[in-house]
Ligand binder design. Sequence first.
Ligand SMILES: CC(C)(COP(=O)(O)OP(=O)(O)OC[C@H]1O[C@@H](n2cnc3c(N)ncnc32)[C@H](O)[C@@H]1OP(=O)(O)O)[C@@H](O)C(=O)NCCC(=O)NCCS
Length: 399
Amino acid sequence: MTVVAEPTTPPDGPRALGSDEWPLLDHLVSTVFRPEMFHDYPQLFNASNRANLRVIREGGQLVTHVGFTIRPAVLLGPVITVACIGAVATAPEARGRGLGSVCVQDAFDHASASGVDLMMISGGRGLYTRVGCREVGADHRFTLEAGNAASRRAVTRPGLTLVPLTAHDIPALGAIHEREAVRFVRPRDDWERAFDCGIVMNTPSDFWGVSDGSGTVAYVVVHRPDRVRNRKDGDVLFVRVVEHAGSRDAVAHALSALIDQYGAGRAEVHVGGHDADLGRVLRHAGLQGVPEPSSGTIRVIDFPGLMGKVRPLIAGRIGHDLASRLVFEADERAGNARGGFTIGDGSRTIRLADHGALGPWLFGDPGDTHPEPDGDRSLAAELALALPLPALWYGVNYV
Ligand SMILES: CC(C)(COP(=O)(O)OP(=O)(O)OC[C@H]1O[C@@H](n2cnc3c(N)ncnc32)[C@H](O)[C@@H]1OP(=O)(O)O)[C@@H](O)C(=O)NCCC(=O)NCCS
């Protein structure tokens, strides 16, 4: 049996980080992760985000931290509010006492009070899955091998070239990004921070544009193949595209061009279920996607609020009459981990038993084994035509 030492001082929190507690937080996340955390996660660790850095203090030290950012996100038109959790840490000597779990729930409650609809978590351990967070996304990962000459020829477009991008290119990047149908609505500050720290999705990254000679038609952000974490000497270099936007022909072209650029053995890209164009270009080039969830896990925070916002998208798929009759109810208040969900149209109802069933039902899952709700079969079948909603991919917004 493991005996966990009881603290001598009662825990203070969870609560927002105090304005004088930055050095204590730096110490905690430096100890648990690495000393560069403040540098690598500027979206989280900046003064304007202090209220969203949730901490527990015991005596002179912070023992637990759960941080999150809040951003709007576009889901094929509707705009929802998303919180992204990261840098979750408990000091080694304080672990196993439930502090992490308490602080995670506090983050959900605080996000809920801030009007957040959906939480994304950059992890999938028991701490999160126990409270209903799930992998979602009917997405695929495509891999282009350096030796696959036929597919490389098929994606290569004469006249397109890779161009390294710098912070000077932020206006051009932003203009390409803002035309994406599924994306975080990104303040310019986030681009500036990403170029400044050079870290995207936890890894040193390069930013490449694809130019057709007259201008940038697409961009890709890639992990630097020689700096991928946990890479061992002798491992084959590979290019991981962690964000793309713009012309899908140009993105596909970039996969092959990047293999040459880095002398890599393969390049891979995550393609959202909604991104039919990139999927089509890559399949036409002879590549097969492997089912892959979006990064991390999600939990809905405010079910009626979220569904109210995406109602126009649902109406586009199943018609105005049914969409406008739908009533979305949660058993518990927004932010709560417990309870189930009911959807009714006045005469028929269906039920999702809990958060674990709700997330994959709404946003799809990689196996495409759509969870079946309980209740009226005909309503379930009609709603299946309205789903899945697109799963968001972090890219530059990863924390
Ligand atoms: C992950 C971490 C934050 C957990 O902090 P903590 O304060 O020990 O969290 P808790 O006490 O609430 O839970 C710890 C463990 O106790 C056990 N536990 C806690 N509540 C439990 C419950 N209700 N039922 C069963 N087991 C439970 C679990 O084994 C749990 O581990 P798990 O979440 O991986 O399943 C901490 O271990 C840490 O800092 N790890 C290194 C950094 C890291 O991995 N961060 C997460 C990035 S995704």
